[in-house]
Design a protein. Structure first.
Ligand code: 2PG
Ligand code: MG
Length: 435
């Protein structure tokens, strides 16, 4: 164990996968341990998540982060100097107190999350242990290799709203290893590309590297995904299943949903019926944000109708917040939660939400953001917590592949760490098919 006292902490400006500025924080301990982490950025954000501090103005679209960097260097660093990096909760609480606002808008969610994750890395380095191992031992967890959720077509706010639905993904709960998941996913991704090219609809990729959704309807994306799974030599609903992020807050509010592509407006009940039809007709096992974040009654009704056969994830709806999750559990809204560290703002609050989810019997999916970097902290977080599932975006582009490849490295270095294929999805449509 190296001396884990914080000797220096500073931020620099780096760039994310959309070419936008973001914050990297580097922490050094007296014993020479180094921890480094970069803040990601969402495009479809919940209204109650931690707020990034952006400079505004006309330069760089108002997205520069000089204020957030100054917040780390001038305000956070003096408060954390001399603390022990192994006291994650203490460091996070100190930043929350220093910020003093409900959505971390004073120091910036980007400043705080990069610092919180850098401290986590520094603690692992001080203990001379892998990050996933440090997480597992700190929080008393049994590590597992997560089941990936991988995007084939983008959509919504990540694809110029070409279709309303944001993520058309596959999961391979029938795979026997992570290698097999990736092999099958690579085949499905390539098959989807071939189909798009044959149809003359191959025009590039969306924000997370999934194929651009050159479709005439949301449902055409679903049927094309089924075709791609078949072209890859798989039987849809057998080893390979579909997962959707509707991201309904992007096109719905006050109980009204505007499907731009199909030029029609649905109320909450009609939206539930539309999605219910998709669940009947396609091998979908997981559906995220099916209703808008303010449509609590819709979310409850959808969960009552379909919660026994499909995973229903709250993302914009729950924003990695333990209190919101407990409220949702009380009324029976959703049965799973997305864990995004930058929505909560700190590692400690994210783990609190994870624990609240587990107590409530909710599944957990650790997730990247649409604006990402080479930072692989979430691969370790998903493994170390034994979260069960990991959502990173597509199966192309290095800000995505960095996370998938890190899972392979973790697996090689952790022979006792099992892969959790299918396990989190036992209550689902896939499970009911008798697989
Ligand atoms: C989501 C994420 C990732 P964003 O909605 O789950 O797909 O998107 O980071 O833009 O919120
Ligand atoms: Mg989402």
């Amino acid at each position: 164990m190296r001396d884990s006292t914080i000797a220096s902490l500073s931020a620099r400006r780096v760039w994310d996968s959309r070419g936008c500025p973001t914050v990297e924080v580097e922490v050094r301990t007296a014993g020479g341990a180094i921890g480094r982490a970069i803040a990601p950025a969402g495009a479809s954000r919940g209204s109650r998540e931690a707020l990034d501090l952006r400079d505004g103005g006309s330069k760089l679209g108002g997205k520069d982060v000089k204020g957030a960097i100054a917040a780390v260097n001038d305000k956070i660093a003096p408060v954390l100097f001399g603390r022990d990096v192994c006291d994650q909760a203490g460091a996070d609480a100190a930043m929350i107190a220093l910020d003093g606002t409900p959505f971390k808008s004073a120091l910036g969610g980007n400043a705080i999350v990069a610092t919180s994750l850098a401290i986590l890395h520094a603690a692992a380095a001080a203990k001379e242990t892998a990050l996933w191992q440090h997480i597992a031992s700190s929080y008393g967890r049994t590590p597992t290799i997560p089941l990936p959720e991988i995007q084939i077509f983008g959509g919504g706010a990540h694809a110029g709203r070409r279709v309303d639905v944001q993520d058309f993904m596959i999961m391979v709960p029938g795979a026997s290893s992570l290698d097999e998941v990736f092999e099958i996913t690579a085949e499905v991704y390539a098959a989807a590309g071939k189909i798009m090219a044959q149809k003359g609809k191959s025009v590039g990729v969306a924000d997370e590297g999934g194929w651009w959704p050159m479709f005439d309807s949301n449902e055409e994306a679903l049927s094309t995904l089924v075709d791609a799974i078949e072209l890859a030599g798989e039987t849809p609903g057998d080893r390979v299943v579909i997962s959707l992020d509707i991201a309904a807050s992007e096109f719905g509010s006050a109980g009204k949903y505007r499907l731009a592509l199909e030029d029609r407006e649905l109320d909450s009940d009609q939206m539930i019926a539309l999605l219910g039809g998709w669940l009947d007709n396609y091998p979908i096992v997981s559906i995220e944000d099916p209703l808008a974040e303010g449509d609590t009654e819709g979310m409850r009704a959808f969960t009552e109708a379909y919660g026994d056969r499909v995973q229903i994830i709250g993302d914009d709806y729950l924003v990695t917040n333990a209190a919101f999750l407990k409220e949702a559990a009380q009324i029976g809204a959703c049965n799973a939660v997305l864990i995004k560290v930058n929505q909560a703002g700190t590692v400690t609050e994210s783990v609190d939400t994870f624990k609240a989810a587990e107590t409530a019997g909710y599944h957990c999916v650790v997730s990247a953001r649409s604006g990402e970097t080479e930072d692989t902290s979430i691969s370790h977080l998903a493994t170390g917590l034994g979260a069960g599932q990991l959502k990173v975006g597509s199966f192309t582009r290095s800000e995505r592949m960095a996370k998938w490849n890190e899972c392979l490295r973790i697996q090689d270095n952790a022979p006792s760490c099992v892969f959790v294929a299918g396990q989190p999805l036992v209550k689902t449509w896939w499970g009911k098919k008798g697989n």
